[in-house]
Design a protein around this ligand. Structure first.
Ligand code: UDP
Length: 411
């Protein structure tokens, strides 16, 4: 019942000259003793959002260095994903906890998936809260267990956290993006490991300015006028409404400016459509606000083109686990403005590699500054790119996982 996800072939050797030879050699040394080990990644969806984005690269690279690695997606129906979306929001600080029936739904689907999960793994790596119950329910199905948390647990709803804790507290290894996300009461080994982006994916490979402009032009963007862009799921925490408010302030002083909000719809995000419609309503028919999603054929190349072409890339989140879109924009050396929350300040040093803001007004001020000073944006963007090269490309992330697997298997 868990669905295996097919991933393309990737070769670690291809990353040598982008990430540096030393790192690649370190990875090969760490991978040697792990050759042939059976590793399964378990997640809630194979499409949409950061987790699937990461696994499409990490799983093939784990295979390339010799692990027998698979990725499986749990079974869930709408009632389960409604409950897990609520749980996700509550864990990120929303006051509404799941009701008893929703908790039972979550538990029932975890039991179902636990029963169906095959056994005999060296490592079972569980992503996020949706399937987090697996270890507690069937610890014998893998020799080593890892829980990888991708969300911001800095200010969780305490009832929700209290009910989830018995399922996560005993994982032998847990990973969080920052130390501020680690809940009290974890009994296993706590690792602070941020995720990373794949520089060789179509989304992040260098696109010429002409090609990027050509793509944007086809979505109705006037490529001769300034463009602000945010790429994100349609989710209240990503604050697309605040981005529209910031754009309106900019527009008063710079009437030529355009805004693109590019957002995919994830299969495990039932709220997405309502919020998409709310965003369209907030734009109020402004012809210079372009709201696009994957059903308009906005795939990886299109996201790349918007991020590469935009004069300012924004990620104005009010909560953010890590924010892969931040590294994606910086890797393209773009002038960048991000919300000063979650994983964004890990990636952006205010005034050095981009700007951090806490309101639509600040976002508008910084946008105007960057739109009127291309050299400033270029300097920040180039520094941002080197910061991403050193810290947020997939081979570094692969190395960190291999170290953890090594410790887990030895113990
Ligand atoms: N993304 C995409 N198309 C879209 C919107 C988002 O491919 O229309 C990708 C985006 O480029 C990034 C990922 O989805 O790689 C989102 O990850 P992030 O960590 O920024 O946020 P999450 O959705 O996991 O909260």
């Amino acid at each position: 019942m868990l669905q295996p996800v097919a991933t393309p072939h990737k070769s670690l050797a291809d990353y040598t000259h982008i990430c540096g030879r030393d790192l690649i050699e370190e990875i090969r040394e760490l991978a040697g003793p792990l050759r042939g080990r059976r590793v399964v990644h378990v997640s809630a969806t194979a499409f949409g959002g950061g987790v699937s984005e990461i696994l499409y690269t990490l799983v093939p690279l784990m295979r390339d260095v010799g692990l027998d690695c698979e990725w499986q997606v749990i079974y869930g129906r709408e009632e389960f994903f409604n409950a897990t979306k609520l749980m996700h929001n509550a864990l990120q600080g929303n006051p509404q906890d799941l009701d008893e029936e929703q908790w039972q739904t979550w538990e029932r689907y975890n039991e179902m998936n636990a029963r169906e999960l095959a056994g005999g793994w060296d490592v079972c790596l569980v992503h996020d809260p949706q399937p987090a119950g697996l270890f507690h329910l069937v610890p014998g199905k893998a020799r080593g267990w890892v829980w990888r948390c991708h969300i911001d647990l800095s200010t969780p709803n305490s009832d929700t956290m209290g009910r989830l804790l018995p399922y996560i507290e005993d994982y032998p290894e847990v990973l969080f993006h920052t130390s501020g996300y680690v809940p009290d009461g974890m009994n296993g080994n706590v690792n602070v490991v941020p995720p990373a982006i794949d520089p060789l994916m179509p989304k992040n490979m260098a696109l010429s300015p002409e090609d990027a402009a050509y793509v944007c032009d086809q979505f109705g963007i006037d490529v001769d006028r300034p463009l602000i862009c945010q790429v994100s799921r349609f989710d209240p925490w990503k604050d697309p409404l605040g981005v529209i408010d910031a754009y309106r302030i900019v527009k008063e002083r710079m009437p030529d400016v355009q805004l693109a909000l590019v957002g995919s719809m994830a299969s495990d995000d039932p709220e997405g459509w309502d919020f998409f419609n709310a965003t369209i309503a907030h734009a109020d028919g402004d012809p210079d606000v372009h709201i696009l999603n994957n059903f308009n054929n906005v795939g990886a190349i299109e996201v790349n083109a918007f991020q590469s072409h935009a004069d300012v890339v924004v990620q104005k989140s009010t909560r953010e686990g890590f924010g892969l879109t931040v590294s994606e924009a910086l890797w393209k050396a773009r002038p960048f403005i991000g919300g000063n929350v979650g994983g964004i300040p890990l990636q952006v040093e205010d005034g050095v590699t981009g700007f951090l803001v806490s309101s639509p007004e600040q976002c508008a001020e910084r946008s105007l500054e960057l739109l009127s000073d291309a050299a400033l944006g270029r300097t920040l963007g180039l520094r941002g790119k080197e910061h991403v090269r050193s810290h947020f490309l997939t081979p570094r992330y692969l190395r960190d996982y291999l170290k953890i697997f090594g410790e887990l298997i030895e113990s």
